[in-house]
Design a protein around this ligand. Structure first.
Ligand code: G6P
Length: 610
């Protein structure tokens, strides 16, 4: 959420900053800005809108040549998304420039204090107090000024700072918002996400809570929150994160939809060896004794929460362990009952989502065992959990998740099988057979893509012109319906709601009238008849139904129009195939509406604020 970039080197800073902001734009894109330091002066260029608007502004009004600068792409939290509130923000004396990710929760009281002291503010952001506090607290030493300033701040922040009096360093610090420092020969870099560093730096290190870094052309010095020097070790940057091109696809989302077979294959490969699950080894290596686990809590946000809903069904049914699944922003404040026999599973593509990270920390405080399912290596959630099972979907750029979601599902299936083996709740042959189906899943996803893409394109037209759509299903189909509804609303801006099919008649069916679009997820054979009764109820009220079902039920469903059939497999794994259909429907609907598919309005890929 919001992207930060910083560069100091021997080349011109602006091209580096703009390139970095391009790589980070998926984190927020309602305004953008840069600040450079040249001739004892900080020059700022910022504007509302996309990065392209900033680039136009830079063409019209270039800055002086500078080799040191910071940049920001914003997802507004406090204050309108206009150029006044866009970052960087300057101190009143124009000696400090700051870009900020996160939220300063006590900004109002600090602003009042500063106003009483005679400082003035013109914007509405929570950020604008930070450069002013730096100016106020500066007493000849920038590190001390930063240390004194962050002690006054409540909330979350990642900050990159320029100071007029120091052309040899950029400064940065963070709390509960990611910040990475990178180095290369003759240059130092700062970014809120490693994606922006892979092309320019060879090694990186993540800043810890309230740590401060002074980044120069020849190296980096680190300090703790009191300004005392600390040592930190750099790691080589993984080049695999380089693959962020569209490769001929019109959108990242479409490319990522088609990358799903590979994402699943790459994810499950390290977890299975010669047909045997290795998840136990991962637990053992992390020092976790899973034998005492008698309850599982899954927590996550957005689509990752829907993975959790699937995981709850599959783990409970196979391993007979009670599983709760909570939205992380609820979990963290509902005072959940956790102890050392509870396993808390946090699912997150980015590994940075603020609420998911807070849920993880809460679980650790309560002595629960923690496992994360994360796509971004060395992210905060991965680093802080007792054990990590990585999804290996590669960088996901489109804001609406596709391949990371599918990769997460495959890990949850394997976890369910693992616990069922461990607790001996199912026959070995049945679990082996299920494992075989999971190994075959990439092929089935491939087949689903081939067989359903055209029909999804066709049926996407049903959504166009509709203001509302309802998604119904029971059991695992309900979890799939939740993800499908989110997928369409994220990028099509059509109001979509998912309902447990049996619940519809308790109120919501009053909204069904002639031509209301209803997508019925009817893949689970064990509950198919019940789902079909609910489908009949909406058809009787004039709904236009799209039915997603299994190929083997084609005949039984011959009376229904608009059916999309997915290949048959174990019922547990069908959410992976239904997801492909929902993604394609969603993609083609948004395309038909002419929406910005990869960067939908008001959203950001990585949500690092509460
Ligand atoms: C954002 C994204 C969603 C994602 C959610 C959780 O809202 O748009 O696609 O599911 O965050 O993100 P995470 O990185 O924790 O999986």
């Amino acid at each position: 959420m919001c992207g930060i970039i910083g560069y100091i080197g021997n080349k011109l800073a602006v091209p580096y900053l703009l390139k970095g902001l391009h790589d980070l734009e998926y984190r927020g894109y309602d305004s953008a800005g840069i600040a450079v330091l040249a001739d004892n002066e900080i020059e700022v260029r910022k504007t509302e809108g996309r990065l392209s608007a900033l680039e136009k502004l830079m063409d019209k009004k270039p800055t002086k040549n500078a080799t040191i600068g910071i940049g920001h792409t914003r997802w507004a939290t406090h204050g309108k998304a206009d150029s006044l509130n866009a970052h960087p923000h300057l101190s009143e004396n124009k000696r400090f420039a700051v870009v900020h990710n996160g939220i300063i929760e006590n900004h109002a009281s600090l602003q009042k204090m500063l106003e009483r002291e005679g400082y003035h503010f013109i914007g509405q952001t929570d950020t604008q107090i930070i450069p002013t506090l730096l100016e106020r607290n500066y007493n000849g030493d920038v590190i001390n000024a930063i240390s004194d300033t962050i002690k006054m701040l409540d909330g979350s922040f990642a900050l990159a700072i320029l100071f007029v009096g120091d052309t040899e360093n950029i400064y940065c610090t963070c709390r509960s918002s990611p910040l990475i420092v990178g180095i290369s020969k003759g240059s130092g870099h700062i970014a809120s996400d490693e994606t922006a560093l892979v092309r320019v730096a060879s090694q990186s290190v993540r800043l810890g809570k309230d740590e401060i870094a002074k980044v120069s052309r020849d190296g980096v010095s680190f300090f703790d929150e009191n300004g005392k020097p600390v040592k930190k070790a750099f790691k080589k940057i993984e080049r695999s994160t380089l693959d962020i091109q569209k490769n001929g696809y019109e959108h990242f989302m479409l490319k990522e939809i088609y990358e799903q077979p590979k994402a699943i294959k790459d994810t499950i490969r390290p977890l299975i060896e010669n047909g045997k699950l290795r998840i136990g080894e991962y637990f053992r290596e992390s020092g976790m004794d899973t034998g005492s686990i008698n309850r599982i809590c899954i927590t996550a946000c957005g689509s990752a929460y829907h993975t959790g809903l699937v995981g709850k069904h599959v783990i409970e049914r196979l391993a007979k362990v009670p599983v709760e699944c909570d939205i992380a922003s609820e979990f963290r404040y509902r005072q959940p009952l956790l102890d050392e026999n509870t396993l808390v599973i946090v699912i997150s593509q980015s590994g940075e989502t603020a609420d998911s990270l807070a849920a993880l920390r809460l679980a650790k405080d309560k002595k629960a065992k923690t496992l994360s399912v994360v796509n971004v290596p060395s992210s905060a959630i991965a680093e802080e959990s007792d054990c990590v099972l990585y999804t290996r979907a590669g960088p996901e750029i489109a804001v609406a998740t596709t391949k990371a979601y599918s990769a997460q599902l495959s890990v949850l299936y394997l976890l369910a099988v693992h616990f069922a083996f461990e607790k001996k709740t199912e026959k070995k042959e049945e679990l082996d057979a299920l494992l075989g189906h999971i190994i075959n899943l990439p092929g089935l996803v491939e087949k689903t893509l081939k067989k359903t893409a055209e029909i999804c394109k066709e049926y996407s037209k049903i959504f166009i012109g509709s203001e509302h759509a309802y998604f119904i299903g029971r059991s695992l189909d309900y979890a799939s319906a939740c993800e499908a509804a989110l997928k369409i609303k994220e990028i099509s801006y059509i109001h979509c709601e998912a309902y447990a099919a049996g619940e519809l008649k308790h109120g919501t069916i009053s909204l069904i009238e002639k031509d209301t679009v209803v997508v019925a997820h009817a893949c689970c054979k064990s509950i198919l008849k019940k789902t079909l009764s609910n489908v009949m109820e909406v058809i009787a009220r004039g709904a236009k139904v799209i039915l997603i079902a299994c190929e083997s039920d084609r005949e039984i469903l011959s009376e229904f129009d608009n059916c999309i059939f997915v290949p048959d497999t174990s019922e547990y794994l069908l959410p992976s195939l239904e997801a492909v259909v929902s993604q394609l429907l969603s993609y083609y609907t948004a395309k038909g509406l002419g929406n910005d598919i990869d960067k939908p309005r008001n959203l950001a890929k990585s949500v690092t604020v509460e």
